[in-house]
Design a protein around this ligand. Structure first.
Ligand code: MN3
Length: 201
């Protein structure tokens, strides 16, 4: 079963005005679709790998045959990262996490505000293209960034929420102002879904 581009869980314009419709159309329909088709192309001729979940592929990235490892890293990472990203956003979202995740964030970072500050600083400060993440690592919450399309699964961690800081994610609306994009992105975070991600981690 080949990997498939998931539908967006909302219309392309749903995240306006924070994320504009045109960015969503290009980002999902061109960038994410491209990662999926290039991942499937890389896995052609490797039936043993075609049956693995994206999480298992990335978790075992170092055992992928060398001739397709970079393609799986970049395109498989891109597929996993974007699949999580779309679902972790919603219309009329934002606010603060409650429940188990809210408690864990307060325990780990001191407060939601402190967590937000660390996450925003880490995401904004990622040099070049990449992602800012909140992950579960060894049973604990951690914030870090990854370059390119590297996924937390590659380190054995489970992503809870991530923000795409590639220029294609914000350039049409925010140009080079990554900081403002990340600040405003908090207004579309779907904490209900992110809480689910945390429970499953
Ligand atoms: Mn992207």
């Amino acid at each position: 079963m080949a990997h498939q581009l998931p539908d967006l869980p909302y219309p392309h314009a749903a995240l306006e005005p924070i994320i504009d419709e045109q960015t969503m159309r290009i980002h999902h329909g061109k960038h994410h679709a491209g990662y999926v088709s290039k991942l499937n192309a890389a896995l052609e001729g490797h039936p043993d790998l075609q049956n693995k979940s994206i999480k298992d592929l990335l978790g075992g990235i170092n055992s992928i045959p060398e001739e397709i490892r970079t393609a799986v890293r970049n395109n498989g990472g891109g597929h996993a990262n974007h699949s999580l990203f779309w679902r972790a956003m919603a219309r009329d979202a934002g606010g603060e996490p409650t429940g188990e995740l809210g408690d864990a964030i307060n325990e780990t970072f001191g407060s939601f505000e402190k967590f937000k500050e660390e996450f925003s600083k880490t995401a904004t400060g990622q040099f070049g293209s990449g992602w800012g993440w909140l992950v579960v690592s060894g049973g604990k919450l951690k914030v870090y960034s990854t370059p390119n399309q590297d996924s937390p699964y590659m380190k054995g961690d489970t992503p809870v929420v991530g923000v795409d800081v590639w220029e294609h994610a914000y350039y049409l609306k925010y140009q080079n102002d990554r900081g403002t994009y990340v600040d405003r992105w908090w207004g579309v975070v779907n904490w209900q879904q992110v809480n689910e991600n945390y429970k499953q981690a």
